[in-house]
Design a binder for this molecule. Structure first.
Ligand SMILES: NC(=O)C1=CN([C@@H]2O[C@H](COP(=O)(O)OP(=O)(O)OC[C@H]3O[C@@H](n4cnc5c(N)ncnc54)[C@H](O)[C@@H]3O)[C@@H](O)[C@H]2O)C=CC1
Ligand SMILES: N[C@@H](CCC(=O)N[C@@H](CSC=O)C(=O)NCC(=O)O)C(=O)O
Ligand SMILES: [Zn+2]
Ligand SMILES: [Zn+2]
Length: 379
């Protein structure tokens, strides 16, 4: 059936209101306009950030919307002027765009891109500042420029990475967010050196990817902290060498780490989104050089604090988005690394469900022992 140039009606999970169950709706997906790509999403995973926006705590959260940003699919059609992908190409949507021509892309200092961010932040496409999704004529906002909880989505051409067609989409969908974020936080943002000591707060997929990256970088001690003890056994397989459950300690957790590491760790990573833990992560770093990287996303209104003395005495506070990876250039490289078995992906997938079961998938996410849930969008 020819779908190019036609409106496609397909199933999508619509978040009508914050915190209310998602509803599988028949959604109309308009054809891609200039500089846009319509993608048939085959598999999408759930990331904690989807749950965060759904909760209503994201200042950029708009409703009704179609959430989802960790996925893989096949290009169905392209709009005018799109040259880098064509129908049939296997792709990973990238919430962090890469246009290669804006001030950010050309700076050589960041992976952030400014080309479409203003539009993606308000749930529309840049071309006409409108949505390509509707339900019975009512527009539905896009989310993070990806909206992958839909059988078809429309993204900007700067927000899609073409990947090896032999890569299993049901696995490499994870390379759309969590795994690259953790690996890149270590390799690109912190630049952990061999022999370093590392503390990771939060052992979800992002924290475990930090552990995997730290092990690959040659870290000598990788201390994993989580309040869910079920994470500890799993974490060993990702390189965590020591475990701490903060609930088992009365002393501030930063003190516990300082005491067991001869003055603090070289690098710490906050992979939860909790501002009190962010403070502890900074303060468990070694005086003079310890660097703490904020990976977790904290709710609207939350702010970080510490004594400035912590920074005066040489600790460094940093943050990372998508692990500092340039999306369109480096996601294909990460897929190749997976194909060569140089990075893990399958090991992060604990559950496989269908798009129709998305509410159950969100419940699972909040249960102990769950890492990534992958949804088959067409079953
Ligand atoms: N900066 C970026 O580019 C990205 C940021 N994120 C953010 O990273 C964070 C982690 O994401 P996921 O791994 O998907 O989440 P997750 O929910 O799977 O993992 C979080 C882990 O932290 C643990 N935890 C919660 N409170 C804790 C506490 N007080 N002390 C110790 N452990 C605690 C939980 O038990 C869980 O194991 C989220 O905030 C997410 O929004 C995710 C992807 C990209
Ligand atoms: N709208 C949110 C922004 C949250 C955020 O920081 N997102 C990360 C990616 S999280 C992926 O799971 C990010 O890349 N930020 C950079 C960006 O340009 O958005 C809020 O305001 O809290
Ligand atoms: Zn994510
Ligand atoms: Zn750019």
């Amino acid at each position: 059936m020819v779908t190019e140039g036609q409106v496609i009606t397909c199933k999508a999970a619509v978040a009508w209101e914050p915190n209310k169950p998602l509803v599988i709706e028949d959604v109309q997906v308009a054809p891609p306009q200039a500089g846009e790509v319509r993608v048939k999403i085959l598999y999408t995973a759930l990331c904690h950030t989807d749950a965060y926006t759904w909760s209503g705590k994201d200042p950029e959260g708009l409703f009704p919307c179609i959430l989802g940003h960790e996925a893989a699919g096949i290009v169905e059609s392209v709009g005018e002027g799109v040259t880098e992908v064509k129908p049939g190409d296997h792709v990973i949507p990238c919430y962090q765009a890469e246009c290669r021509e804006c001030k950010f892309c050309k700076s050589g200092k960041t992976n952030l891109c400014g080309k479409v961010r203003a539009a993606t932040g308000v749930g529309v496409m840049m071309n006409d500042r409108k949505s390509r999704f509707s339900v019975n004529g009512k527009p539905i906002y896009h989310f993070m420029g990806t909206s992958t909880f839909s059988q078809y989505t429309v993204v900007h051409d700067v927000s899609v990475a073409k990947i090896d067609p032999n890569a299993p989409l049901e696995k490499v969908c994870l390379l759309g967010c969590g795994v690259p974020t953790g690996l890149g936080a270590v390799w690109n943002t912190a630049k952990v050196e061999p022999g370093s000591t590392v503390a990771i707060f939060g052992l979800g997929s992002v924290g475990l990817a930090v552990a995997e990256g730290a092990k690959a970088a040659g870290a000598s001690r990788i201390i994993g902290l989580d309040i869910d003890s079920k994470k500890f056994d799993i974490a060993k397989n990702f390189g965590v060498t020591e475990f701490i459950n903060p609930k088992d300690h009365e002393k501030p957790i930063q003190q516990v780490i300082v005491d067991t590491t001869d003055g603090g760790v070289d690098y710490s990573f906050e992979c939860i989104g909790n501002v009190s833990v962010m403070r502890a992560a900074l303060e468990c770093c070694h005086k003079g050089w310890g660097t703490s990287v904020i990976v977790g996303v904290a709710a609207s209104g939350q702010e970080i604090s510490t004594r400035p003395f912590q920074l005066v005495t040489g600790r460094v506070w940093k943050g990372t988005a998508f692990g500092g990876f340039k999306s369109r250039s480096q996601v294909p490289w990460l897929v190749d690394k997976y194909m060569k078995k140089e990075i893990k992906v399958d090991e992060y997938i604990t559950h496989n469900l269908t798009l129709k079961e998305i509410n159950e998938a969100f419940h699972l996410m909040h249960e102990g022992g769950c890492l990534r849930v992958v949804l088959n969008a067409h079953e």
